[in-house]
Design a protein around this ligand. Sequence first.
Ligand code: ADP
Ligand code: MG
Length: 683
Amino acid sequence: MRADLLKKELSIFTFHDLLNFFPIRHIDKTKVSKIKDINPNTDFIQVAGKLELMPVVGEKSGRRLIAYLHDDTGMLELAWFQGINWVVKNFNSGSRYLVFGKVGFFNGRPQMVHPEIEIFVPTMADGKNYLEPVYPSTEKLKARALNGRQIAKLTQALIPLLKPTDIEENIPTNILQKLKLQNRFDAYYNIHFPKNQAEYDKAIYRLKFEEFFVAQIRLNLIRLQRHKVSRGLVFEKVGDYFNNFYNNHLPFELTNAQKRVLKEIRQDTAMGHQMNRLLQGDVGSGKTIVALLSMLIAAGNGYQSCLMAPTEILAQQHYLGLSPLLKNIGLNIRLLTGSTKTKERKEILQGLLDDSIHIVVGTHALIENTVQFKNLGFVVVDEQHRFGVAQRAALWKKSIIPPHILVMTATPIPRTLAMTAYGDLDYSVMDELPPGRQVITTVQRNEMQRFKVMEFIRDEIAKGRQAYIIYPLIEESEKLSYEDLMQGYEQVKSYFPEPKYSISMLHGKMPAEQKEINMKRFVDGITQIMVSTTVIEVGVNVPNASVMVIESAEKFGLSQLHQLRGRVGRGSEKSYCILITGSKNSRDARERINIMCTTDNGFIIAEKDLELRGPGDIEGTRQSGALNFKIASIVDDKDILEDARFEAEEILTKDIELVSNENLPIKKYLQVQKGKTGWSKIS
Ligand code: ADP
Ligand code: MG
């Protein structure tokens, strides 16, 4: 019965689980204090002395029992308002007791209400030799007389029965020694019943390290095993398409970072193992051209490629951007999305099967089973964090030998997150922007200053520039925000009347064709202003746009703001980002706005974002499970994670099969975890 309840409420159902049910804090009964030591700052205290019970006074709810505890330094008042009969029956005036509780002050005198009290025996004089654990419990458990105290009784009864062999070490001895880690048995013991705070801290440290270490060994094993055993397509040469394009049609000199990443990709794809690479680059660092050049290598080796984007708009834009470039060198590229007409769709599916289409750009529609290739060799997943791991995997299956995969992030992700959520991937960083970019000036304005902002936009338009005005569209209150958007649109129209000005609008509810037309009018410079929701957010490239106005900026997350800001500053003109906020903003919102106004480095912003929001909220990683650490945190325990990563990599580069004697503990542990069966159940 209780076991059922435990299981349901706390998911505790085996001894092992109980062991892994960690206390939230500890109570210090390791010392027996003197009564004279009690002062107004005293919180919980343990004292011992002779009891003096007073007669019970009062009636019904006013009934109370007062007693005095005397030691050789003073006197402490104890009080009971409940369970009075039990106290009277079980405790005697004149006997010595050990008393523990929270000290309060009543009429200026210290008093302890409902203390824990037990017969004092001389061996108690030094107090308990461990800190007492306090476990979390739920309201429902409490209602059934099962609470943290009961759990404490269970652990108190069961944990001393454990022998070191019951909790086998899983970290190699040399690492334990090098990092001075507590051994596993001690750590489990000490997290429940530490002798003192220092022992407890060591236990926590050890268990956090273990969590990261095991995860890092797993992820690195996947990565290194893939290098070693997975079969991959061999791109023997760079090929004619690449060379022709690179020498004759490349619109600009590549940055060093772009060249470096291309080399990494070139190397990966020539080795005979499957490439699975995460490309991290800041907004505007030029990831698209890297993707294109990679796909040209694939084509030069006789393979098809696909480029998958998270939104229809972005897919369209990639298609429109790449088509003219590819025309020069005689490659056939097509666009496949959810709104592709049946007839055209048939044609494309056929073209992919008979290899007459070399590159296909699209959305999720590309994952569908009906999309089959003659010889898919290279997959680019753009703006990865909208895609789940499962979707990534679905793409591999489109070819007998899995295609090479290049995953590109929309904005940088923090290193710790990359190490955990994408730790199984190889990793490239583009930390350099193309030359000639000017810093985007970012400012905060309030609603009262909107008129000034509009005037500013007018000036920029007069110089031939274009502007975005973005409204938040929040799912839960979509209708309301939709009205906001319409209202905003009308307002913008009144500032910028036709025919002198024309405005494009874009939002999620618009039919795809309409979106396409409106986007294209802005891209072509026919409209000067784009009023939009965040559907515009990802990837869109209009180098002539120089102003990004974000309405209700306090409602956006940091990476979203950064991504939106990245829509300007893409050409050589000076660009501006104006964050319009309400007057009352939360502390977090103010912090976000402040960060945006002080830095445009996506790597720094990503770190701050993670700090402010915590890992659970980072888009796309929620479902991955990679971040479900029990006690370790990728935000607060960065250093431990770095250490664990380092040690895991070092072990595996020397001994990838984990066969050496030293590494047997971790190997064994991973095997046991794989086929894990529950320990004996608590009844
Ligand atoms: P992102 O990394 O955000 O996807 P894009 O690939 O869209 O960035 O590139 C942003 C802009 O920079 C595009 O207009 C692109 O043509 C331009 N660009 C990319 N690489 C270079 C370069 N090496 N030199 C000059 N401009 C470049
Ligand atoms: Mg991009």
